[in-house]
Every structure is written in structure tokens, then in C-alpha cells.
Design a protein around this ligand. Structure first.
Ligand SMILES: C[S@@+](CC[C@H](N)C(=O)[O-])C[C@H]1O[C@@H](n2cnc3c(N)ncnc32)[C@H](O)[C@@H]1O
Length: 265
């Protein structure tokens, strides 16, 4: 079978005579290939990406295909079927772990204003950070709860399906330059001290203080397959469940910063 997409110049002109479809069909074929791959990953490996944005999935699959110098997205199928190591590469690409301490400081400022007073009415506070990546969001929350004198009655859970990211999260060790850059975010979020009060540095790396780590449990959890993590007072799923469409169950606390409260019906 010839693959016109990998052929250039005159070879392309000759070979394309044998092609069984024209270029207009390509998007449709690609969409079928993507569906096949997503169903395979779901059925064989138990990871369900079928509800993820088609555009991001397509971009990621195209990138992997190109990097592996393959002609078509469907050329990934044998790798997913027969090469277990490839699954890890695939999952790593599906997991975009970009995060920062006090990322979107206006969100944290709004959280401090609207949610913390409500949380303070509970004897214990349980919070779940679903899709916590390398943990900075959970530590930001712990710092905020500490400043509001609530940390000693809080239990925080950080979950992700990326074990490598979870290892970093559990260690709580980040580059010093990254933490120094977050100082401004911390201030904008209404931070009451200096961010550097919450970590100690050794050369280029810095470790989050142990008292902030103590109430946090990091663990593996796949949002699409695993069961609900437990009864929670608050759930963070920022930049993770962006395709989650269950707004009717929630009332809005802050539309701009996407803070919602579950309706009690
Ligand atoms: C961009 S990070 C968001 C980190 C943090 N919530 C923040 O906003 O700074 C998205 C994280 O969601 C995780 N993720 C994506 N799909 C997931 C799934 N099905 N189950 C668990 N984690 C998932 C990825 O591995 C990644 O670490």
C-alpha cells in the first residue's frame, strides 16, 4: 500500500496515481483513525479519552506520528496493540502537566474571598485537587489555608494519572528560580507573607516546608475510569476537566474565575 503523504516531488506525482482516495477525504479518514485509536486505548488499556477535545487529541496524535516518522495516525495502532512501552509515551503526551504556584492569582484571590469563609464553618475540611500535575496548586492551597489558620483541620488530596508528575508532587522539590518567579503571583493572590517563607533552598532546588506537606496525600487516580475519590468540601479541577459539562448541577459563585457550588436538590 502506498502512502502518498510521505512521498515528495515527482515520486509523489507518480505514486498518487495509485491512491485509493483523494485529499478531500483526508479529514474524514483522520477522524476515523482517531476514533479507532481512542477506542483501542479505552478497550485494551482502560484509559478513556473519548470525551476529550477532538482538536487537542488530533494535534497530539499528529505530533507523535511525525516524531516517529510515520505516515498516518493509524500507524500508531500496532504500537498501541503490541508495544507496552509505547503506551507510556502516549500517556505522557496526553498529560500536559503545566502548572505553577498560585497560577491565575485572581482565582486564588477570589477563592480566599468567597470560599475560605464558607470552608471555615466546617469542623474538618476535605479538598480534592483532581489533575494536580506536579503539585504546585495543592501547595498553594495549603499555604492559603495555613494563612487563614485552617490548615490543621484540613486534609488535601492531589490526584493525577501521571505517576512521574505525582513523584515530583510528593517530593515537593522545585527549581528555586520557578519558586522565585511565583512570588509575584503569591502577592497578587493576597499572600500575607513572603512565598520564600514556605520553602527552604539548597543550591538550585527548593523544598516545600514539611508542615505544609503533612496534610496532603498524593495518589494515582484516573478521572475517566476510577470512582469518585470521596466526599469533599471542595474540588479543584482547574485546567483538567475543561471538557466537563455538568454545569446544571452547580450554581455560580464566580463566573470569571470558574468557581461553582454544588446545588443541593
Ligand atoms: C494542565 S495540568 C493542571 C494542573 C493544575 N490543576 C493547574 O491548573 O495548575 C492537567 C493535569 O490533568 C491530568 N489529567 C488529564 N486527564 C486526566 C485523567 N483522565 N485522570 C487524571 N488526571 C488527568 C494531567 O496528567 C495533568 O497533570
Amino acid at each position: 500500500m502506498y502512502h502518498p503523504a510521505v512521498l515528495k516531488g515527482s515520486a509523489m506525482q507518480n505514486i498518487s496515481l495509485f491512491s485509493t482516495h483523494d485529499d478531500n477525504e483526508e479529514p474524514m479518514l483522520e477522524s476515523i483513525e482517531i476514533k479507532l485509536i481512542l477506542n483501542l486505548v479505552k478497550d485494551l488499556h482502560g484509559y478513556d479519552f473519548t470525551h476529550y477535545s477532538k482538536e487537542s487529541i488530533k494535534r497530539i496524535l499528529q505530533e507523535i506520528t511525525k516524531k516517529r516518522k510515520l505516515a498516518y495516525i493509524s500507524d500508531l495502532i500496532p504500537l498501541l496493540l503490541r508495544q507496552p512501552a509505547f503506551l507510556n509515551d502516549f500517556l505522557a503526551k496526553m498529560s500536559i502537566t503545566v502548572t505553577k504556584l498560585f497560577r491565575d492569582p485572581e482565582f486564588f484571590a477570589s477563592y480566599r474571598q468567597h470560599i475560605i469563609p464558607y470552608l471555615s464553618t466546617f469542623p474538618y475540611i476535605k479538598a480534592w485537587h483532581a489533575g494536580c500535575a506536579t503539585g504546585q496548586e495543592v501547595y498553594s492551597h495549603a499555604i492559603m489555608l495555613h494563612e487563614e489558620n485552617l490548615l490543621d483541620r484540613a486534609l488535601l488530596y492531589g490526584t493525577d494519572f501521571n505517576n512521574k508528575a505525582l513523584d515530583t508532587a510528593s517530593a515537593g522539590i522545585y527549581s528555586t528560580s520557578e519558586l522565585m518567579e511565583a512570588e509575584a503571583f503569591y502577592r497578587e493572590a493576597g499572600g500575607q507573607n513572603r512565598l520564600s517563607d514556605y520553602y527552604h533552598s539548597s543550591h538550585n532546588f527548593s523544598k516545600i516546608e514539611d508542615y505544609l506537606k503533612k496534610p496532603i496525600t498524593f495518589s494515582h487516580h484516573n478521572l475517566t475510569n476510577d470512582r469518585v475519590f470521596g466526599e469533599m468540601n471542595v474540588i479543584f479541577c482547574r485546567n483538567t476537566l475543561i471538557y466537563f459539562d455538568r454545569k446544571e448541577d452547580f450554581e455560580t459563585v464566580d463566573e470569571k474565575n470558574r468557581i461553582f457550588r454544588k446545588k443541593f436538590i
